[in-house]
Design a protein around this ligand. Structure first.
Ligand SMILES: [Zn+2]
Length: 94
């Protein structure tokens, strides 16, 4: 998933603001990172985030999750394709 600096850069390009505190809240604590990326908690966390960062911050929170899913799934697909190519090659299937 993109590092915090990449999320900050994306937010800055999209909104003119870093939202560093928001991205650090999402990614900065390894113990809470998975819980804070749990999409079933968007409503609960979303209310808190909107109070703290406004509607634009709420959108940046959802966009952060979206960007992480896109990168994570992309990596899984690349790993799968590499493993499949290796397996086919191993058995001489072209
Ligand atoms: Zn993240």
């Amino acid at each position: 998933m993109p590092p915090i600096e990449e999320h900050v850069k994306i937010s800055r390009e999209r909104t003119g603001k870093d939202y560093r505190e928001l991205h650090e809240w999402l990614d900065g604590d390894p113990e809470k990172k998975a819980e804070r990326h749990d999409i079933t908690k968007i409503y609960e966390y979303g209310e808190m985030i909107e109070e703290r960062f406004g509607k634009e911050g709420l959108q940046e929170y959802i966009q952060h999750l979206h960007d992480d899913v896109k990168v994570k799934i992309g990596k899984i697909l690349m790993d799968f394709e590499r493993a499949m190519a290796e397996a086919l090659s191993y058995f001489g299937i072209k």
